[in-house]
Design a protein around this ligand. Structure first.
Ligand code: SF4
Length: 410
């Protein structure tokens, strides 16, 4: 099979993995004439997403789509009737360099089906990154998928060459993992996340010493498939919160389950609405940066699910109208973060601005506040919303058309 054909198969096989964003790495560039590639803004890695929200700036491939395991939700599972292919290490290296030279990509996202053993597979994946870095002085971004239960030395090597490492938690609960991916063991996955965290901590501590260790400077992330089991959003967010706090993950990526050909009867026939994935990202943001608790944004009356028609922060505000309107010129940072339409940067700008002025409605555009979303909930030097508007049952209708737009403008 020629490399182009392999590429068609192995790029397609990798498209189900959402965990490939590339933020937070160290700065490298090759403007000194040594090496190739860069992670610098402008010339290097940037966040580039396809319309469905997936990252497209990296060459995203599997080393092979052959796999010993039989995870029911996976197109590459052992019992799947798909055409198999496998890159050699040299082919994967050459492809990355060719794509980079042609300016198609700024880095590589490499994963693999599990062949022979976790160690053998991990070793192949690491060899690609090692060759790129050592033989070709490649300085672009590298994200490697880590195989749970691979030896510590292989994990250490992976972290030496990669910017980011990730291990998929796969599904939100242990019960679902046992049912849908019988060969996978949640304890092994978590153990490996724990090992990565230790190595990340060691590298951080060694930074200011003479013997600084390099280990995946963009940290670790994971992916959770949404809608392959019956877990509600509350359970999903609880699992994420636990992963963030236990392993200091940079990101949990939510990937809406896509029905696959010849799927098992244990899987739903339909994909969940893509907007559910988006609402989970918004909720994840609210928990990490806006001071919300899970129980505040998922609604037990809705079966622990996030609303799909409006964003979770607006839904919270509409359920807590007694907390509004909020005086923007006096409210605490914590309260301001709960105003629909106010992002973290907006709140910081407001706090700086109000030290020297009284904020008025005309200042909102300069502060990047979506006026229509925020005005019913705030008091300004020259604005007070009509009490009847805030109390109105129809207030939610004002937001519905806008709420389907994508973006993190809470
Ligand atoms: S281990 Fe499971 S999810 Fe990964 S490639 Fe194999 S079958 Fe697919």
């Amino acid at each position: 099979m020629d490399v182009q054909k392999k590429l068609a198969i192995l790029a397609d096989a990798a498209k189900y993995d959402a965990s490939c964003a590339s933020s937070g790495t160290e700065t490298r560039d090759s403007r000194d004439g040594k090496g190739m590639g860069s992670t610098d803004a402008g010339m290097g890695i940037c966040h580039s997403y396809a319309p469905d929200g997936r990252c497209i700036s990296l060459l995203k491939i599997l080393l092979t789509n052959a796999c010993n395991y039989d995870c029911l939700y996976c197109i590459n599972r052992a019992s799947s009737n798909v055409q198999r292919a496998r890159f050699t290490v040299e082919e994967a290296v050459k492809l990355t360099l060719d794509f980079y030279r042609r300016n198609y990509i700024e880095g590589l996202f490499l994963s693999s089906g599990i062949i022979r053993s976790p160690n053998y597979t991990m070793e192949q994946v690491v060899r690609v990154a090692k060759s790129l870095r050592e033989d070709h002085l490649f300085r672009g971004y590298i994200h490697l998928k880590t195989i749970p239960e691979a030896d510590d030395t292989l994990i250490a090597e992976a972290g030496k060459y990669a910017d980011r490492l990730s291990i998929n938690i796969e599904v939100p609960t242990e019960t679902s993992l046992t049912k849908l991916a019988p060969e996978k063991d949640v304890r092994a996955i978590r153990r490996t996340m724990g090992r990565l965290r230790l190595k990340l901590d060691e590298a951080k501590e060694s930074k200011s010493t003479k013997h600084a260790k390099r280990f995946a400077p963009a940290g670790q992330s994971t992916q959770m498939i949404i809608g392959a089991d019956s877990s509600n959003d509350q359970t999903i967010l609880e699992t994420s919160a636990n992963l963030y706090s236990s392993y200091q993950l940079k990101r949990v990526y939510y990937s809406a389950f896509s029905p696959i050909p010849d799927a098992s009867l244990g899987l739903p026939l339909q994909a969940p609405p893509l907007i559910r994935e988006h609402r989970l990202y918004q909720a994840d943001w609210l928990l990490r940066f806006y001071g919300f608790e899970i129980g505040e944004i998922t609604n037990p009356l809705e079966g622990g699910m996030l609303p799909l028609d409006i964003d979770p922060k607006l839904a919270w505000a509409l359920r807590h109208r007694d907390r509004f309107p909020l005086d923007v010129n006096r409210a605490s940072r914590e309260d301001l973060l709960r105003v629909p339409g106010f992002g973290v940067k907006t709140v910081d700008r407001i706090i700086s601005a109000r030290r020297i002025m009284h904020i008025r409605a005309g200042d909102l555009a300069r502060l990047n506040v979506p006026r229509n979303k925020a005005l019913p909930f705030i008091v300004l030097a020259d604005h007070k919303p009509a009490a009847s508007l805030l109390d109105s049952r129809r207030l939610v209708e004002l937001f519905r058309p806008r709420a389907t737009q994508l973006g993190f403008g809470f």
